[in-house]
Ligand binder design. Structure first.
Ligand code: NAD
Ligand code: DAU
Length: 356
C-alpha cells in the first residue's frame, strides 16, 4: 500500500480519491484533521476496505513507527502541511512545527523503516515530498519562469518553512540514500478547496452577497493548475521520477488576481444571475498582504520532457468545472466553515486585520 499524509486536505483528498478510483492499491491515509482537514470529503470511501484512515500528527514519532511497522508501505506521499500564507503571517509557529519538525519526524521514521527493508524493497521505496513554487520567491513581470535550478528565496513564514522541509528531504537523499522525490507546484484550484484561498473564497463570498476582497492593486500574478492535473503529475513522478530529483509542476496559466476574480464573477453571472447587478459590483480592494510576492510562474518542461506529463485542463475548462462543483456542493462548504473559520475571517479581514 501507499501512505498518504494530509489526505483529508484539499490536494491530498483529491489525490486519494483519484488513486482509489484508478488503482487497486490500498491507501493508508494519515491526517491530523486540523481546521483544513475534512473527512466529509472522503465520505464516499467510508466503507471502502482499500482506504484506511488514521487520525495522527506527523510530529508523533511513536505513532509513525507503529504505522510503518503495521502497514509496510512501499511509498510515502507527503502532503500534510500548514498551507495558507495569510495564516503563516498571523501565526508562524504552527508552520515551523508541522512543515519543518513534522517533515523531519516523518523522514526519520521513513529512514528507520526503509533501512530495515531488504535490498529489493529498499530500491523500490519512494518518499515523495509535495512542495510549492513559493520557495523560489517572487518574479518581476519580465523574469523567466522558475525552473528546477532557480535558487531558493522564500519570502513568507509559509514558504520559508516549506523551503526548510525541501532542504531536509534533499539531505536525506544525499546523506542516507533515502529514495526521495520532490515536486514544486504552482497554485491549485478545484473541488474541495477550503474557502480561505482566493478562488473558493470569491465564489463563497459572491454567493453570500459579501465583498470580494482583492489585495493591493490586484495585479499580482499566479500560475494556476487544476488539482486533478497536479494529482496526475504526482502519480507520474511516483512511477517514473528519478530518486534525488526535483520536478516543477505547473499549467502555463499565468493570470493576474483581478482577472481571475473578474472571470469568476462572469461565470457566476451566467450560472446564478442576480436580479439587477453583476457580481463584479461586490469587488472590494483591501490592504495588501505583507510581503506579498508579485509573480509566480512555473517552467514545467522537465516534467514534460522526461516523464511525458502534460495538464489535461485549460484554465477556462478547469475554472468552469470548479464553479459548477461549488454551486452543486454548497452543503460541503457550509459544513467545513466552522466557528474557527469565522474567527479567522474576522482576524484577517476585519478591522485591524492585516489585509484591510
Ligand atoms: P490543506 O491545508 O488543504 O491540507 C493540509 C492537510 O494536512 C489537512 O488535511 C490537515 O489536517 C493536514 N495536516 C496539517 N498538519 C498536520 C500534521 N501535523 N499532521 C498530520 N496532518 C496534518 O493543504 P493543500 O492545499 O491540500 O496542500 C497540500 C500540500 O501541497 C501542502 O504541502 C502544500 O504546501 C502543497 N502545495 C499546495 C498548493 C496549493 O495551491 N494549495 C500548491 C503547491 C503545493
Ligand atoms: O503557489 C503555490 C501556493 O499557492 C501554495 O503553496 C499555497 O499553499 C497556496 O495557498 C497558494 O498560495 P497563495 O498565497 O498564492 O494563494 P491564495 O489563494 O491565498 O492567494 C492567491 C492570490 O490572491 C495571492 O496573490 C493573494 C490574493 N488574495 C488572496 C486572498 C485569500 C486576494 O487578493 N484576496 C484574498 O482574500
Amino acid at each position: 500500500m501507499i501512505l498518504v499524509t494530509g489526505g483529508a486536505g484539499f490536494i491530498g483528498a483529491n489525490f486519494v480519491l483519484d488513486w482509489l478510483h484508478a488503482s487497486g492499491e490500498p491507501v493508508l491515509n494519515l491526517d491530523k484533521l486540523t481546521y483544513a482537514g475534512n473527512l466529509r470529503t472522503l465520505k464516499s470511501q467510508e466503507s471502502n476496505p482499500r482506504h484506511v484512515f488514521v487520525r495522527a500528527d506527523i510530529c508523533d514519532r511513536a505513532t509513525l513507527d507503529a504505522l510503518f511497522a503495521q502497514y509496510n508501505p512501499r511509498a510515502v506521499l507527503h502532503f500534510a502541511a500548514e498551507s495558507h500564507v495569510d495564516r503563516s503571517i498571523h501565526g508562524p509557529a504552527e508552520f515551523v512545527q508541522t512543515n519543518i519538525v513534522g517533515t523531519f519526524t516523518l523522514l526519520e521514521a521513513a529512514r528507520a523503516y526503509w533501512s530495515a527493508l531488504d535490498a529489493e524493497r529498499q530500491g523500490a521505496f519512494r518518499f515523495l515530498h509535495v512542495s510549492t513554487d513559493e520557495v523560489f520567491g517572487s518574479l518581476s513581470a519580465t523574469d523567466p519562469q522558475f525552473s528546477e535550478a532557480t535558487p531558493y528565496a522564500p519570502n513568507s513564514p509559509y514558504s520559508a518553512s516549506k523551503a526548510a522541509s525541501d532542504h531536509l528531504v534533499r539531505s536525506y537523499h544525499h546523506t542516507y540514500g533515502l529514495p526521495t522525490l520532490t515536486t514544486n507546484c504552482s497554485n491549485n484550484y478545484g473541488p474541495y478547496q477550503f474557502p480561505e484561498k482566493l478562488i473558493p473564497l470569491v465564489i463563497a463570498n459572491a454567493l453570500g452577497g459579501r465583498p470580494l476582497p482583492v489585495y493591493g492593486d490586484g495585479q499580482n500574478v499566479r500560475d494556476w493548475l487544476y488539482v486533478g492535473d497536479h494529482c496526475s503529475a504526482i502519480r507520474e513522478v511516483l512511477a517514473l521520477g528519478v530518486p534525488g530529483e526535483t520536478y516543477n509542476i505547473g499549467g502555463w496559466n499565468e493570470k493576474k488576481n483581478i482577472d481571475v476574480v473578474h472571470t469568476l464573477c462572469d461565470l457566476l453571472d451566467k450560472s446564478r444571475p442576480k436580479a439587477a447587478s453583476s457580481y463584479r459590483d461586490q469587488i472590494t480592494y483591501v490592504k495588501d498582504r505583507p510581503g506579498h510576492d508579485r509573480r509566480y510562474a512555473i517552467d514545467a518542461r522537465k516534467l514534460e520532457r522526461e516523464l511525458g506529463w502534460k495538464p489535461a485542463e485549460t484554465f477556462e475548462t478547469g475554472l468552469a468545472k470548479t464553479v459548477d462543483w461549488y454551486l452543486d456542493n454548497q452543503d460541503w462548504v457550509g459544513e467545513v466553515v466552522s466557528g474557527d473559520y469565522r474567527k479567522w475571517v474576522e482576524l484577517n479581514y476585519g478591522p485591524g486585520g492585516t489585509s484591510r
